[in-house]
Design a protein around this ligand. Structure first.
Ligand code: HSE
Length: 433
């Protein structure tokens, strides 16, 4: 006997939550057709402040509660959608929902990145589903491809632009030649960056998303703390000018690279060739390039944030789960943990480097710099030197190296910082080519 309807409980009524409630209401008929029976919104758990929002009346005040017990004891709720964000109390709510036998759909990247494997186990023990398509890349289908469509592959690489805020800032810096703080202020004015932009600009948000994708790709448990991350605030307008002159774009890249039984996982600004596909991903758009042994390269591209794209992913999870409930089938993804994967320490990675320095504008300076680099076995691929300040007789020197070890590069940077002829090491950026 099929169910007559499937009950939905929603936690969170911010920009995403209110959009999801709106879609569930406005597309009720289409969604019922997709599932086989109606999806019925039973309750929305909110915080006190939400109760003043005008959209509450559009949905119907009777659906809203601030009472946790009232929400979790509603036996009519089959699927809990969590859209409150943040780690706590979202994690406790998800655990409560799963242990109460509710299926769960969440967009919460932080909770999934830190606790995904444990929550999937909990879902399995309780014979319910846990879906999180909206946790990475907003409206771009990514989780399902990693869980299902790409499983025949050995995933050898992920190269991703998965933070729209930073990609917007970097695009403005590249196109308009403005500095970081001006671009950030513009992102904040447009509502792309939050008042406290730390999670985005320091690469933490991208780290959560990379942890989720890498865990799926490797069938392993890669935690955010396992991932090296560096933000974008050290980049200057001049880095973008030099990058262009050298044929590169600068992007905040989330990288997972398999090398035999080890994996490099890192998030940092990177020079990438101007003619590469990822270099053309501009503004708030996201893109994820996946390399598999069978499929070769696959590129996912689209809007990685915002209420409409994110609601697309959330609702697709709800429909998938509701179909299973309606048909009484169990199609729950299980993560099989492969414990043989070793994360390579950052000190062992090897890349090319871009290095920008302010140096004394006199003879013999470059030979002192090349000696320090040479002492650490770092070979120079190209040099640009430009007169910077006539009065102080300084110049800006930009070097591109051949592939070098991170450890050697860090030691060379330390050595360079002691050279009297170098006034300032402006920046160094890794190159992914
Ligand atoms: N702050 C995130 C971004 C939102 O800029 O991509 C989507 O997770």
């Amino acid at each position: 006997m099929h169910k007559q309807s499937i009950g939905i409980g929603l936690i969170g009524f911010g920009v995403i939550g209110s959009q999801v409630a709106k879609v569930l209401t406005e597309k009720a008929e289409i969604l019922a057709d997709q599932v086989g029976c109606p999806l019925v919104l039973r309750k929305i758990k909110v915080i006190e402040q939400d109760l003043t929002k005008p959209q509450i009346n559009e949905i119907g005040r009777q659906y809203f509660t601030t009472d946790e017990d009232e929400f979790f004891s509603d036996s009519e709720i089959d699927i809990v959608i969590e859209l409150m964000g943040g780690e706590s109390p979202a994690l406790q709510y998800l655990e409560k929902a799963l242990s109460n036998g509710k299926h769960v759909v969440t967009a919460n990247k932080e909770v999934i990145a830190k606790n995904g494997a444990g929550l999937l186990r909990m879902a399995h023990q309780n014979n319910v589903g846990l879906r999180y398509e909206a946790s990475v890349g907003g409206g771009i289908p990514l989780i399902a491809p990693f869980q299902y469509e790409l499983v025949a592959n050995k995933i050898n690489g992920i190269y991703a632009i998965i933070n729209g805020t930073t990609n917007y800032i970097l695009t403005r810096m590249a196109i308009d030649g403005i500095d970081f703080s001006t671009a950030l202020a513009s992102a904040q004015r447009l509502g792309y960056a939050e008042a406290d932009p730390k999670n985005d600009i320091e690469g933490i948000d991208a780290t959560y998303k990379l942890a989720i994708l890498t865990s799926l790709a490797l069938q392993s448990e890669v935690k955010p703390d396992d991932i090296y991350h560096e933000g974008i605030s050290r980049l200057s307008a001049s880095d973008f000018r030099y990058a262009r002159e050298l044929g590169f774009a600068i992007k905040l890249l989330a990288i997972a690279k398999r090398k035999l039984n080890t994996i490099e996982v890192r998030v940092h600004p990177a020079f990438i060739p101007q003619d590469s596909l990822l270099a053309k991903v501009d503004g708030v758009y996201n893109a994820v390039l996946v390399e598999g042994d069978l499929v070769d390269k696959v590129l996912f591209y689209g809007q990685g944030a915002g209420p409409l794209p994110t609601s697309s992913a959330v609702i697709s999870d709800v429909v998938a789960e509701a179909r299973d409930i309606y048909l009484n089938v169990k199609n729950h993804f299980q993560i099989k943990l492969n414990t043989g994967v070793v994360i390579r320490p950052m000190s062992e990675i090897k890349t090319r480097y871009y290095l920008r320095m302010t140096v004394a504008d006199r003879s013999g300076v470059l030979s002192q710099i090349t000696k320090v680099l040479g002492d650490h076995d770092i070979s120079i691929a190209s040099v640009i030197q430009k007169e910077a300040d006539k009065v102080n007789q300084t110049a800006e020197a930009v070097l591109m190296t051949h592939p070098a070890g991170e450890k050697a590069m860090k030691q060379a940077l330390e050595g360079l910082s002691h050279l009297e002829v170098i006034t300032e090491i402006g920046n160094f950026v890794r190159v992914e080519a």
